[in-house]
Design a protein around this ligand. Structure first.
Ligand SMILES: Cc1cc2nc3c(=O)[nH]c(=O)nc-3n(C[C@H](O)[C@H](O)[C@H](O)COP(=O)(O)OP(=O)(O)OC[C@H]3O[C@@H](n4cnc5c(N)ncnc54)[C@H](O)[C@@H]3O)c2cc1C
Length: 501
């Protein structure tokens, strides 16, 4: 039976004396902390399944150093949600989110601005669109309040983002232990293994300790100086955007180390001591070390190469490293303020905390990187929080999907030295056929979308008629996106039985 609810859009910003008591006795009730990309997507997924939500957002009561408005889902830096093409991993993730009926993608499409193959948005109208859509949901209450501790009871989704307020960060540190909550990224670039020229490289660990764990790219004196000159001259990201903290010595950007003197890197992250090249039996002048990034050995990171060079410059400068002339960068380097947990130690792939099944994490906090990735984790946290309420086992999409692969990556307990990750094709298990370039990426995407559709079909046993191509709610949301004040909500219930995609 389909239930339709008609309500008027209204602002519901309330003041409470006790912020955690409103729905104390309700069963179908989830608290979400943080009304960003992840929190709003989670709220939407819960609401459309008939679950009541209290969504806590601290702005405008307390501001962050990057948000400029009091709107929900404000995009704080670029207005691009990256590629919309199926030959790009961000495009695949968006396509999967469409299959899962993402609010963020729908509203982004309604407020898109021309940007080639990327999905870019008018930032103000996008945030306003999400805010209005969420506030119009009859079973979502938006509460403007800074949450300072994590509620001990009930189902909670923590989605307070990279700029989580200090009080909540402290509460989280107390819960997880201070070595499990991080406050910045120092991200080194990652390349796909197949794009490294192995005729130039050799495998070795320093002084033979660790067998052949590292791939080493040797540089002659001449190659090293050419690289340093390009590094020092390269354009850097303006300080008003991603550079939001003073890094300590251990995570200095390589170009800033190079500014100190031509030899600094040769004595630092590029030192070749203990790394004899077996082909020449000599120590190279300098070395770039690549460390394995995933179990499948499809990805390698450039050790110690965190950087604030612009993305374009990174591609140019890193191409000067022997062996990387044609490298495919699945992630480029960056340094920025970010609050995230040591997800491999704390999260299940369902986004539940390993020590409490009713506490979910979503968004940048989980160690994913990017607007779309953050929204996608909010989406799954919303689905799984609803599943808990309806006594259904939490789910994870197949490993062949972009979302499934990303969730498995961040929650792999074997992972050491965890750093946030963008979605990328290197996370997805290889195809059984050998393809290269665009053909391979498109085939990976086609397999992912087919597997996601099959998974959706299996989940609800066909009971709701929801499958990968289902857009049942599209028309109803459309009226909202286009600024009307009436919304119809169709909870995913089928004769008393909860139905999940
Ligand atoms: C300055 C900056 C620039 C970035 N630029 C980009 C970019 O250009 N492209 C990209 O793909 N990614 C970018 N990112 C990374 C990331 O994708 C975004 O931060 C994204 O918004 C993360 O989504 P989220 O939902 O996890 O967090 P957010 O969107 O930040 O949402 C979290 C919300 O929680 C609220 N909150 C925090 N603490 C509390 C509390 N105690 N109680 C209640 N509410 C609280 C915040 O006010 C915020 O609204 C950037 C990150 C930062 C910090």
């Amino acid at each position: 039976m389909i239930v339709l609810v008609l309500v008027r859009t209204e602002h519901r910003i309330r003041r409470h004396s006790n912020f955690f008591s409103t729905h104390e006795f309700m069963e179908n009730f989830v608290r979400i902390i943080g009304g960003g990309l992840a929190g709003t997507e989670a709220a939407w997924q819960l609401a459309r399944r008939g679950v009541a939500v209290e969504l806590f957002e601290m702005r405008p009561v307390r501001r962050t150093e990057a948000h400029a408005t009091d709107q929900l889902a404000e995009v704080v830096c670029s207005n691009s949600l990256r590629s919309d093409s199926l030959s790009a991993p961000a495009g695949l993730l968006k396509a999967e989110m469409r299959q899962l009926d993402s609010l963020i993608i729908r509203i982004a499409e309604a407020h898109r601005v021309p940007a080639g193959s990327a999905l870019a948005v008018d930032r103000d109208s996008f945030a306003r669109g999400v805010t209005e859509a969420i506030q119009a949901l009859p079973n979502v209450e938006v509460i403007r309040h800074e949450v300072e501790s994590i509620p001990d009871d009930g189902i909670v989704i923590l989605a307070s983002g990279p700029l989580t307020s200090p009080a909540l960060s402290d509460a989280l540190t107390a819960k997880l232990g201070e070595e499990h909550l991080y406050f910045y990224d120092a991200i080194s670039p990652i390349v796909s293994a197949e794009s490294i020229d192995m005729s130039v490289a050799y495998r070795a660990a320093r002084y033979g300790k660790g067998g052949d764990d590292y791939i080493n790219l040797p540089l002659t004196r001449e190659q090293y100086y050419r690289f340093i000159d390009a590094l020092v001259a390269a354009e850097r990201v303006a300080t008003h955007c991603f550079e939001r903290f003073v890094p300590f010595e251990g995570c200095m950007p390589i170009e800033e180390l190079a500014d100190r003197g031509k030899e600094t890197l040769a004595f630092g992250p590029m030192r070749a001591v203990g790394l004899i090249d077996p082909r020449t039996d000599r120590r190279p002048y300098a070395v770039v070390q690549l460390r394995q990034e995933n179990r499948q050995q499809t990805l390698y990171n450039l050790v110690g190469f965190q950087t604030k060079m612009t993305y374009g410059e990174q591609r140019k400068v890193f191409a000067l490293i022997p062996g990387l002339a044609n490298a495919e960068f699945v992630r480029l380097g960056s340094l920025h303020r970010n609050t995230f947990i040591n997800a491999p130690q704390h999260l299940l792939p369902t986004l539940q905390w390993r020590q409490r099944e009713t506490l979910f994490f979503a968004g940048q906090m989980t160690g994913v990187e990017g607007y779309i990735e953050s929204a996608a984790t909010g989406l799954l946290a919303g689905i799984n929080a609803a599943n808990l309420i309806f006594d259904i086992a939490p789910v994870v999409p197949p490993p062949t999907t972009a979302l499934g692969a990303l969730l498995r990556y961040i929650s792999d307990p074997e992972r050491k030295r965890f750093q946030p990750m963008n979605v990328n094709f290197g996370l997805i298990p290889p195809l059984s056929v050998r393809l290269r370039g665009k053909a391979k990426k498109e085939m990976l995407s086609r397999r992912a979308l087919a597997d996601m559709a099959a998974w959706l079909g299996e989940l609800d046993g066909g009971a709701s008629g929801v499958d990968g191509s289902d857009l049942a709610n599209a028309e109803k949301l459309d009226c909202l996106i286009h600024g009307e004040t009436v919304i119809e909500v169709q909870p995913f219930r089928n004769e008393g039985k909860a139905v999940v995609p």
